[in-house]
Design a protein around this ligand. Structure first.
Ligand code: PEP
Ligand code: MN
Length: 337
């Protein structure tokens, strides 16, 4: 349920309604960045008589939200949410790029790639330190040491940095180093992790689980938002289908569908989304054309020797070329990149 106030509603009027909602045991979230103040009411509102709230002074209307996700829905907030990550923004007119290696492999490696990414105008550097690998024998990531190198590389090039956290225990240490925490596809429904991420004040890059519906993705976002952290970026990273020629099937249709259902920014990960290097660029171009607010792409100066995901990693030259193409497509869809 949401309570929409008149544009000239006073703080006192809003406070009165908020207090009544709290008294009834509901959780209340006040919208930010909207012309009209909206209260998102969370809890079992099924039996509430909405007229009890419509009679309050300053209230414009009370609307029941039928979707199971409330704070993530367009009904709660009509305006697009813009999430800031360092100097990059996601969700506005600007389309922002995130790029870098799948894994942080050494101080030298991440610094070298950061420098190369910076030259392309990319504002956010990616690099995994805790890797969710299918095999326990595969490279598991450098852990906190890797995060240190990622931060250094970011700072030297005036770039923000993002990295995945798989375990609740790793959140606090990661806060020292990163500007955004990634929740990987395999952890999209790790509810204990999502709840903890709801308590921090840092953007979250939430990837769609490989067999998750869009509603499940939005419910995962809701977990984070219900805790108070509304800085969530949704990421389509490919889903499992019956098709075997590609690693995953990048669901381009998720972009316009999510943009309609939610006010949160939507980006895609064409690297994991298709899993084959020469097909990453076409998927990236399609994403921008379909309305994505950003992209996350794996890059390396020597993909053949990458510790993980080399087969889907772009050579630097390929990435540079892609950025140029994406700028043209962005203009065609009235965006900037
Ligand atoms: C990654 O970004 O390297 C990664 C493992 O992503 P995903 O969770 O989408 O597989
Ligand atoms: Mn990867």
């Amino acid at each position: 349920m949401i309570v929409v106030f008149n544009e000239n509603a006073t703080d006192k009027q809003i406070q009165k309604v908020t207090e009544k909602l709290y008294d009834k045991g509901f959780d209340v979230h006040r919208s930010t960045g909207t012309a009209q103040i909206v209260l998102g009411v969370v809890g079992d509102t099924g039996t509430v008589d909405i007229r009890d709230y419509e009679v309050f002074e300053g209230v414009h209307e009370v609307i029941r939200i039928s979707e199971p996700y409330k704070l993530a829905s367009r009904s709660f907030k009509k305006e697009d949410t813009i999430v800031k990550v360092g100097k990059a923004t996601f969700g506005g007119k600007q389309i922002s790029m995130i790029a870098g290696p799948c894994s942080i492999e050494s101080r030298e490696q991440i610094k070298k790639i950061a420098r190369m990414m910076k030259k392309t105008g990319t504002k956010v550097l990616r690099g995994g330190a805790y890797k969710p690998r299918t095999s326990p024998y595969a490279f598991q990531g450098m852990g906190e040491e890797g995060l240190k190198y990622l931060r250094e590389a970011g700072d030297m090039n005036d770039m923000a940095v993002v990295s995945e956290v798989m375990d609740r225990m790793d959140i606090i240490p990661a806060l020292k180093y990163v500007d955004m925490i990634q929740v990987g596809a395999r952890n999209m429904q790790n509810f204990a992790l999502l709840k903890e991420l709801g308590k921090i004040d840092l953007p979250i890059l939430l990837k769609r689980g490989m067999s998750a519906t869009l509603q499940e993705l939005l419910m995962a976002a809701e977990y984070i938002m219900a805790g108070g952290n509304h800085q969530v970026i949704l990421c389509e990273r490919g889903i499992r289908t019956f098709e075997n020629y590609t690693r995953n099937t990048l669901d381009i249709s998720a972009i316009p569908v999510l943009k309609k259902l939610s006010h949160l920014p939507v980006i895609t990960d064409p690297s994991h989304g298709i899993g084959i290097r020469d097909k990453v660029a076409p998927m990236a171009r399609a994403s921008v054309a379909a309305g994505a607010d950003g992209l996350i792409i794996e890059t390396h100066y020597d993909p053949e020797k990458a510790f993980s995901d080399g087969a889907q990693t772009l050579y630097i030259k390929q990435y540079e070329e892609l950025v140029k193409e994406l700028k043209i497509i962005a203009t065609a869809v009235k965006r900037t990149l």
